[in-house]
Ligand binder design. Sequence first.
Ligand SMILES: [Zn+2]
Length: 180
Amino acid sequence: MTTPPLHLPAGLAAPVLKYLGAYPAPIVAQVAALIDQGRLPQVLQQRYPERHAVQSDTALYAYVSELKAQHLRGADPIHKVAYDSKLKVIQHALGTHTMVSRVQGGKLKAKREIRVASLFREGPPEFLRMIVAHELAHLKEREHNKAFYALCTHIDADYQQHEFDLRLWLVSRELFPASA
Ligand SMILES: [Zn+2]
């Protein structure tokens, strides 16, 4: 993929390319125009006015368990769910799902953990749901393949839109920290 031409100073273009580099150039150009006009935070605030109330690790565990019970009943049980302030957002997509293998009574058992970057504690409910959908889908599919995205969409019908908008939100927080 070639770098889309952005009519923005390098400091403004860098976060756009970091979070949206994989999207088609015309779409990225639209985002660049919103940034140039200083309107990105306002557009996101209008589209996502709510803030969720899932603030503690205990509440997050309950939230994840509920979504799993509704949509992915047969998947492996989850042992731990937590907000993680050390998680680098872009490093592994948007959260992490780790499998810690342990020998228990001679059998290898997989312990599943879901960690969500703590900055999403402050965000709209749509983004938390999207991130958790992503991590839950990984209980069944390791790769980001077609089956994986089908599961994401099963849990969050607007998954693709929410992922795109969440990336916009991350760009907005970097470029307009006062409006975050
Ligand atoms: Zn992933």
